[in-house]
Design a protein around this ligand. Structure first.
Ligand code: HDE
Length: 712
């Protein structure tokens, strides 16, 4: 008889699994008595019905080598549940990552809104935020060139408010009816199922080139905004014009903006491509590490408030979601801050099952007639039914309000909270159940509407190029170069020449130099005519510095990460001095060594490394320091990845600190002749403090043209 493979392996794993089971007990069962404890005091494994399990290693069979039997209810239940673990991924924004936190109100906004969360200074409202990419599937890589979702659920005392925004303040289309077309075109092509998580293909650019209203958004998506360094360094926008309504019933229009406390930051495209290989979870890991280490990401909520007179006099229609109101024209006012301080206990239960819906608004916040917003108000409820399988998704803890709630909705799949009592309707004669509150209840702003029922696009939505141009001319030279490079890259992947040319025709209406640069790089020999436009592009719109990431960069290196390349014999004083200065600047560092086991420093101390060189390329860091010992550098010279570490950091315009012992490595990377203000000898004249201060600039943009020209 074959012996059972049970005891030893069960014991070995019991430590790890006991915690999960105990956690589960908290969720679903009461206190476990002795009956529920193993001999060593751990929790007993049970079926979902609560029956204790004796053997979870072997299925029930006839004889040691015989067939399995149907009696094995434990096997069947386990396998059945596993088979049903997946739910449909979101049709867009499938890949996402969430965190808990709170929103804190600065000052009362009672003059503008009766929304409870904005009444009292210092009031804290629990929040859950999910960041996402749009086009890729759930398992795609974090650094796809894509818009990022920035969806915020605020559990207010008067119901959940979902501000389901993006990291870009405009959108591709003006009418929700075009959304299925846009997304079909952007996602993988239906016959071949690629490319995934990228817009660099024919169908996307075909649709875009036939949809001039998308031109402003295209300028944004081809900018570095779509390759953010992490969620922590990007803005969020409600996009649409909403309304605030105060206790007197007066309405003020509002646009919502989230501003990251640590400033804006993006990566370079070449870096993004490499990050996707080195760490496809780069953004997830970043958020996880920041929160787990107590460096809680923070954004300020700012609002642009305006009235009907402003709307009437503004250059563009405030209901058009392809337009912004420049911050220089209408400065946003800070009204509170959002802090993320806790990761979910379980990704699926919270981040996957969270259901955001634009129509979730508390009293005091209302919609405008933006046709995109109105269409979204239908879509989000509908999509949750498909994704979460029934109408009771509000019973899930992540979706349930955190304020008292009472209604007569009942039954349906997985009903966990049916109304109690006899009367499940109202009015009723038994005095049972909740009743309406005409005073505190939600009242829609009584906007006056009239007109014919038509399918029409308003003329006030017809200028598709002026703000696209304004965005482009608001960028710094490196940012403009990146837009041209991104357009060239994306269009170079388009196989149908007429689509490329059609895009050039649009670019001619935005900026002629941009159009000719891209056309030249694509090898287009005859320039097309500018695209037909309903109205000429305005050249009187002032540049808006607020649109530049570089101008909205950080004030310091806080929250960023330095990668330090070390070898055995690393100068202990130098390493301690540098890491001390980094920590003092509230930044992080990681050590990269030939072996992950670590290195022995010049004082004989063993220092564990975070990465081996292969696993820690410089693209994972905001800046690097090269501290090999005199002997150690010889070994590094033999490693191609050590050379790449340095050459990439240089090419990506990063600051590089180096000990004199690293000179041979700089030479090997081919940059010795090009040392510039971003390559800094350590400890250097100004000491570590000066180096860390220089790091706050993040990039040496002046280096970029020469690197691109291949001089390095
Ligand atoms: Fe969405 N969008 N969307 N969207 N959207 C969804 O809802 C939709 C739009 C945004 O982390 C879906 O639960 C339509 C603009 C985010 O769970 C779906 C239109 C903006 C998320 C849907 C838009 C967004 C979604 C898919 C055109 C920025 C992820 C799964 C009118 C202001 C939320 C889901 C999360 C998700 C529909 C356009 C942001 C299908 C019809 C504009 C951040 O309901």
């Amino acid at each position: 008889m074959v012996s059972k493979r049970s005891n030893s392996s069960t014991k070995a794993k019991s430590g790890a699994s006991a915690e999960a089971v105990i956690h589960d007990q908290k969720l679903s069962r009461g206190e476990g008595g002795e009956l529920h404890q193993t001999a060593d005091g751990g929790a007993v494994l049970t079926t979902a019905q609560g029956a204790p399990v004796a053997d979870d290693q072997n299925s029930l069979r006839i004889g040691a080598r015989g067939p399995l039997v149907m009696d094995d209810f434990h096997f069947r239940e386990k396998m059945f549940h596993f088979d049903h673990e997946r739910i449909p991924e979101r049709v867009v924004h499938a890949r996402g990552y969430g965190a808990h936190g709170y929103f804190e109100t600065y000052e009362s906004l009672a003059a503008y809104t009766k929304a409870d969360l904005f009444q009292r200074p210092g009031e804290k409202t629990p929040a859950f935020v999910r960041f996402s990419t749009v086009a890729g599937n759930k398992g795609s890589a974090d650094l796809a060139r894509d818009v990022r979702g920035f969806a915020v659920k605020l559990y207010t005392q008067e119901g959940n408010w979902d501000l389901v925004g993006n990291n870009i303040p405009v959108f591709f289309i003006q009418d929700a009816i075009k959304f299925p077309d846009l997304i079909h075109a952007a996602k993988q092509e239906p016959d071949r199922a690629f490319p995934q998580a990228q817009t660099a293909h024919d169908t996307f650019w075909d649709f875009i080139s036939l949809t001039p209203e998308s031109m402003n958004m295209v300028m944004w998506t081809m900018s570095d905004r779509t390759i953010p360094r992490s969620f922590r360094f990007m803005e969020g926008f409600g996009v649409h014009t909403f309304r605030l309504v105060n206790a007197k019933g007066e309405s003020t229009f509002v646009k919502f903006h989230w501003k990251p406390k640590l400033g804006l930051q993006s990566v370079a495209w070449n870096e993004a491509v490499k990050i996707n290989g080195a760490d496809p979870d780069f953004h997830r890991r970043d958020l996880w590490q920041a929160i787990q280490s107590g460096n809680f990401p923070e954004w300020e909520l700012q609002v642009q408030l305006f009235d009907q007179d402003f709307a009437d006099s503004f250059d563009f229609d405030v209901l058009d979601p392809t337009k912004i109101i420049p911050e220089e024209i209408l400065p946003p006012q800070p009204v509170g801050r959002l802090v993320l301080d806790r990761m979910p206990d379980n990704f699926f239960a919270e981040t996957e099952q969270v259901a955001f819906m634009t129509q979730n608004v508390p009293p005091g916040i209302d919609f405008s007639n933006d046709p995109l917003l109105q269409g979204r108000n239908f879509s989000y409820l509908d999509t949750q039914l498909k994704r979460l399988g029934g109408p009771n998704f509000t019973h899930l803890p992540i979706n349930a309000p955190k304020c008292p709630f009472a209604h007569f909705q009942q039954d349906g799949h997985m009903a966990m909270r049916n109304p109690v009592g006899r009367a499940n309707y109202q009015p009723n004669s038994f005095g049972e159940g909740p009743r309406e509150d005409p005073v505190r209840g939600y009242t829609h702003f009584p906007a006056e509407e009239q007109g014919q029922k038509v399918r029409l696009r308003p003329e006030s939505f017809a200028d598709h190029y002026s703000q696209a141009r304004q965005f482009f001319i608001s960028q710094t030279p490196p940012e403009q170069r990146h837009i041209a490079a991104a357009l060239t890259f994306e269009l170079s992947k388009v196989e149908t020449p007429v689509i490329r040319e059609r895009m050039i025709a649009h670019l001619l209406n935005i900026d002629e130099t941009l159009a000719t640069t891209v056309a030249a790089k694509l090898g287009i020999r005859t320039m097309p005519k500018p695209a037909d436009a309903a109205m000429p592009t305005r050249d009187d719109l002032e540049p808006s510095p607020a649109l530049s990431i570089v101008k909205r960069g950080p004030k310091s290196f806080e929250g960023r990460k330095l990668g330090i390349l070390v070898t055995d014999g690393v100068d202990a004083k130098l390493l301690k001095g540098l890491t001390g200065a980094i920590t003092q600047a509230k930044a992080q560092f990681e050590l990269i060594a030939p072996k992950v086991g670590g290195v022995t420093d010049s004082e004989g101390e063993l220092i564990p490394a975070h990465h081996m060189i292969d696993g820690g390329p410089s693209v994972l860091f905001d800046a690097v320091a090269l501290l090999p010992s005199k002997d150690g550098v010889a070994d590094l010279l033999k490693e191609a990845t050590a050379r790449d570490f340095v050459a990439d950091a240089f090419q990506h315009c990063k600051f590089i600190g180096y000990a004199q012992t690293a000179m041979p490595l700089l030479e090997k990377a081919g940059i010795v002749g090009d040392l510039d203000e971003g390559t800094i000898s350590l400890p250097g004249e100004g000491g570590y403090g000066a180096f860390v201060e220089a790091l706050g600039k993040l990039r040496v943009w002046a280096r970029e043209p020469s690197v691109k020209l291949g001089k390095a």
